[in-house]
Design a protein around this ligand. Structure first.
Ligand code: FAD
Length: 379
């Protein structure tokens, strides 16, 4: 009897896992002893970090998409229909077109998404760059912005925890290049009592913000936006006036996770080492979909994927799952339009941002170009 591994979600984590597993278990695939399926709700694979550059006109949408079929190993079966239910008791994935796929192992890789509707008035009064249409709309606003108060307000949880800092430093540089920085008052807010969730990164921001003339307000949990008065108010009772409200909306996981009763707000309780759903033996969770208190980042999904693939192969071959995820994350951080730093950390070793340089910025731009090798399982 052949075994079936079903991967739900064809983003970073799902695509890497499908390709690495197909490579590792080539022999079993060729002999028909293994079937690997990817279930994707869309035919394209979108490189989300490119949105930061699209905002400044440095990347076009076409540069950020590839056909998912072309990224996948030819021996992986692709189903282009959203999963509407994952039935963990019957080991089944139900697709919107009525097809039901029975699995031996399922990997849930459905990511996370901004949900501006969670904050009253945000959709009407705020801007964000975490989705294509919203990013292009914000780009238009920025191009016509002549000066005034910009407030950045952040909802939790959200993916790419360093993106709010990156956009802040990049906007600072960009307004300088346009000769209007002195007409812009920029206030960066953060929901906890420091400038970032990772303490060393918060320290880095606290040291650099004054040099850039960036104002800040901590313990600011966005509660509501009044688009008419152009104000944003926090749970803590602070109201800030804005001319342009830039936000990172709070995120939820995929609807199918909630609909299948697998986790609150679409995030699945996950063992931090095995990456299995808590209480389950045949459900793996990768990337943004976990409830782990680590960065929701492509690099996290990448490092987790390596562990999941090794464990699935080992489990199918000899019933063992010996590999453990150590919490490794790597993130570049743009510190303007021409320089960047980076952080690398894991469960035991905190990050330590290095001195920003043009070389690190160049590495980030280069990675943006060669990203496609990552989901293909080459890089
Ligand atoms: C502006 C921005 C900048 C970023 N910058 C960085 C960066 O510099 N470095 C970094 O490491 N990370 C960055 N990230 C974060 C990174 O993109 C995500 O953390 C990463 O994509 C998560 O991978 P994933 O596989 O968990 O989810 P995703 O890559 O989001 O993939 C999930 C997939 O599942 C699909 N899906 C959802 N529901 C269903 C369903 N019901 N049925 C079938 N398919 C479904 C989705 O459409 C999607 O294709 C950035 C993100 C943004 C928005």
């Amino acid at each position: 009897m052949s075994k079936r591994v079903v991967i739900v979600g064809g983003g970073v984590g799902g695509t890497i896992i499908a390709n690495l597993l197909a490579k590792k278990m080539r022999h079993e695939l060729k002999k028909g002893e293994l079937v690997i399926d990817v279930v994707s709700d869309k035919p394209e694979h979108f490189y989300q970090p490119g949105l930061l550059y699209m905002l400044f006109g440095l990347k076009h949408h076409d540069e950020l998409v590839r056909d998912e079929r072309n990224l996948l190993d030819p021996m992986v079966e692709l189903h282009l229909h959203p999963a509407v239910k994952i039935d963990k008791d019957k080991n089944e994935v139900h697709l919107k077109n009525g097809v039901v796929i029975k699995y031996d192992i399922v990997v849930i890789a459905t990511g996370s998404r901004p949900t501006p509707e969670m904050i009253p008035g945000l959709r009407e009064g705020g801007h964000w760059f975490y989705e294509v249409d919203a990013c292009l709309k914000l780009r238009h606003e920025l191009m016509t912005f002549k000066g005034g108060k910009i407030v950045l307000a952040i909802g939790l949880p959200h993916k790419c925890p360093v993106a709010p800092l990156e956009v802040t430093y990049m906007l600072d540089d960009w307004f300088r290049q346009r000769g209007i920085r002195d007409k812009v008052e920029y206030t960066y807010t953060y929901p906890i009592g420091r400038l970032h969730g990772l303490e060393p990164v918060a320290h880095f921001a606290a040291k650099t913000f004054p040099k850039h003339g960036i104002l800040s307000e901590t313990l600011f949990n966005m509660k509501e936006v009044d688009p008419n008065k152009k104000t944003v108010t926090s749970l803590e009772g602070v109201t800030l006036k804005y001319d342009l409200l830039l936000t990172i909306p709070p995120h939820k996981g995929a609807q199918v996770i909630e609909d299948s009763g697998l986790g609150q707000n679409g995030f699945i309780p996950t063992d931090k080492f095995t990456l299995k759903m808590e209480g389950s033996t045949n459900i793996y969770v990768v990337g943004d979909t976990t409830n782990l208190p680590i960065s929701k980042a492509g690099s996290t999904a990448h490092f987790e994927s390596d562990i999941i693939v090794e464990n699935i192969a080992s489990e199918l071959r000899d019933g063992l799952t010996p590999f453990r995820y150590d919490g490794k994350v790597f993130c570049f951080i743009e510190t303007g339009m021409t320089k960047a730093t980076y952080i690398m950390f894991d469960y035991n070793n905190p990050p330590n941002p290095v001195a920003p340089s043009a070389l690190i910025h160049w590495f980030k731009l280069t990675y943006n170009k060669v990203y496609w090798l990552t989901p293909m399982g080459i890089l």
